[in-house]
Design a protein around this ligand. Sequence first.
Ligand code: ELE
Length: 292
Amino acid sequence: MSGNVSIIPIITTFVNNKIDKNKLVNHGEHVLKGGMDYLFLAGTTGLGPSTSMEERRYMLDAFSNIPDNIILQVGSLNLEDSVELTEYAKKIKIHAVGALPPYYYNGMKTEWLIDYYVKISGIYPTMIYNYPATTGYNITYDIINEINKKGGNIIGIKETTFNLSDILNVKYYVDNISVYTGPDEYVLPSYRENLDGFVSGAGNYAFDILKKIGENYNNHDGDRYQILLNKLAGLSKKYGVMSSIYDMVEIMKGYSTGEPREPFFKISENDHKNLEKEINELLLENKKKLKI
Ligand code: ELE
């Protein structure tokens, strides 16, 4: 068996633009009971950059009874806020904090990125959230080594990139770091490349399929489960990135997770029906070959 770790960036359960705590905890519990190891709060899928620091504290409080299973994304464009939130996470003793680099602005000096991570990870063990396509910055192995040399404590990296060479270089050249793949399409490769695990937004609705990938990573059924996951993630994108995940949880798992936060608009009733039809057809087609 592989020691691969599963991290699910859960959606934030809004109702009328406020976080619904019961729905959040209910969803988190389903994901963990489904065999996943950690919940990643305020990630991309959780619409994290749209949440206030107060909302992120509120989410931490909601899970303060299971701190070992929690990772909170604390990155922001106001480092003092991020630092305060990291201190709060330390008090609750969660597994680790995650942090996007400062984003949106072009031309940040590399040394500022380094100092940003030294400040956050100097307080609490930190997992870098590397997502170059959206942040504009690629956090490579040499930057991580520099952060740790300057007193930081980077324990992991979540690599939302298809650049396998960058991903592997972190594993090759940084001591004692856990490397997690980020794209849904790289769940199986995280096992095959003997990395430390994966982060998968599709895990919100397909944690049972993620389990199957793990059980079959060394045979060809693993490929088939990964292909099914890719197709489901493709449907999610087709019907509306992030927003459709709320509908997919309801369709596939049978409980409500509220709604997204605008400008991620709720998908229409008609689209919901079509999405449900496409999911059911896809699952039916796969039932012949796979145990789902
Ligand atoms: C994925 C991102 C990227 C999961 C998070 C994650 O949500 O925090 O659709 O592949 O660009 O890496 O959601 O999603 P895609 O880490």
